[in-house]
Design a protein around this ligand. Structure first.
Ligand code: MN
Length: 150
């Protein structure tokens, strides 16, 4: 059983996420106001944080950065959930410090799988994820570069 902090301003999503997590034996706690999220995280000391990105006041991106910069919370895994996935969003979210990214409307299975992987300390199983330098890349160059897949 894991303590999971949910930061989400939409009541229906909170209910959905809490029900899903409880069904998997976890202990979810939700915060609707992102200005209270950091305090709530300090108090709960969660095993995982699930945060919406489109939040009033403190955006999910800023919250992720704040958690990563926090002495107590810097190692907690973060899963971002967002309804908008404009090109580059996923990169920005990951660069801010989230380990996983799930788009809304969520796939229940993907949501649950990602939660379990993060709790196990694994990255998400994403078939789209770049497996790193390809064969023949012995230049030791920029590992982010050279992506010419699209
Ligand atoms: Mn929202």
């Amino acid at each position: 059983m894991a303590k999971i902090l949910i930061v989400e301003d939409n009541a229906l999503n909170i209910k959905l996420f809490c029900d899903l997590l409880a069904a998997h034996g976890h202990q979810p706690e939700a915060v609707t106001d992102s200005r209270q999220a950091l305090d709530a995280a300090h108090e709960l000391d969660p095993d995982l944080v699930i945060t919406d990105i489109q939040l009033p006041h403190v955006t999910g991106l800023d919250l992720i950065r704040m958690i990563r910069a926090d002495e107590q919370l810097c190692d907690v895994p973060i899963m971002a959930v967002t309804a908008y996935s404009a090109r580059g969003d996923e990169e920005r979210i990951r660069a801010a410090g989230a380990q996983a990214y799930v788009s809304k409307p969520i796939s229940v299975m993907r949501f649950a799988d990602t939660v379990e992987q993060l709790l196990k300390g694994e990255g998400e199983a994403d078939p789209h994820v770049d497996a790193g330098p390809q064969v023949g890349d012995s230049s030791g160059g920029d590992p982010e570069g050279g992506a010419v897949t699209e």
